[in-house]
Design a protein. Structure first.
Length: 250
């Protein structure tokens, strides 16, 4: 833990991990720009992160690309983001970026932010998945439970109705998928679907042209087609009318 903590104590290395948290593989030059450091400094950061097993290298011809070593590292980044203190916004650019990340972002291989929570709420409300509503019950907190007592691994299951409806919408679901993994969204502090179901929903939205990635960071933009699709198939009004709470079908 101390070794990992030492790695994460550097702001530049944290920015590199955040840049890779959407599952992309990026070259060192892009990661240096994201971290706000010189290429030589970024190379040192990348070497340390690779040696510790947090990222891996993908040689492609003359170039080397870097990506997170797996979903466990992505979850580590999300948990730390959930526990970290809120940073002050010092510019319009920072505020715009933070707002975009909070609305919708790619969390390694699934959708996070208000969009991820809204989709998860709708799946549960329509009987596509069964499980808790993902809302922290502060009165029930006991011991060291994080985020108001809501566990990362929620007790959710995909229903037969959900399997049929999601396949109809174009989701490529693994055979025999039953248990559904959810994790706590670090900005919303509520559950969003992850794992195999989360990946299938992200890929379906992407294939249908409902979402587009931001040019320089992991925020997702909902397209005009996506706005119509979310309303028609999920009853979700997008963008959210309120900035204080995410609600499906509001």
């Amino acid at each position: 833990m101390a070794a990992v903590g030492q790695l994460l104590a550097d702001r530049g290395r944290c920015r590199i991990l955040l840049a890779l948290a959407d599952g992309r593989a990026l070259p060192a030059s892009v990661l240096a720009a994201e971290a706000g450091v010189r290429p030589s400094t970024a190379s040192g950061h990348l070497r340390k992160l690779t040696e510790r097993g947090l990222i891996e290298v993908l040689p492609t011809g003359r170039y080397r690309y870097y990506r997170l070593a797996g979903p466990d590292v992505a979850r580590l980044v999300e948990v730390i983001g959930r526990l970290a203190p809120t940073q002050p916004v010092r510019s319009l650019r920072e505020g715009t970026r933070a707002h975009a990340l909070r609305l919708a972002r790619r969390c390694y291989d699934h959708i996070g932010g208000r969009l991820g929570v809204a989709v998860t709420d709708t799946l549960r409300e329509r009987g596509f998945i069964e499980g808790p509503d993902g809302t922290p019950d502060l009165a029930a907190v006991r011991g060291d439970r994080l985020a108001g007592g809501v566990a990362d691994e929620g007790d959710y299951r995909l229903t037969a109705k959900g399997h049929q409806e999601l396949v109809t919408l174009g989701a490529m679901l693994p055979p025999g998928l039953g248990a559904v993994r959810c994790c706590i969204d670090w900005t919303e502090q509520r559950h969003h679907i992850a794992g195999a179901l989360g990946r299938a929903v992200l890929e379906a939205f992407d294939t249908a042209g409902w979402i587009m990635p931001a040019a320089t960071h992991r925020a997702l933009r909902v397209t005009a087609r996506g706005v119509a699709g979310l309303h028609e198939h999920f009853g979700i009004a997008w963008p959210p009318a309120s900035t204080s709470r995410t609600a499906a079908g509001s």
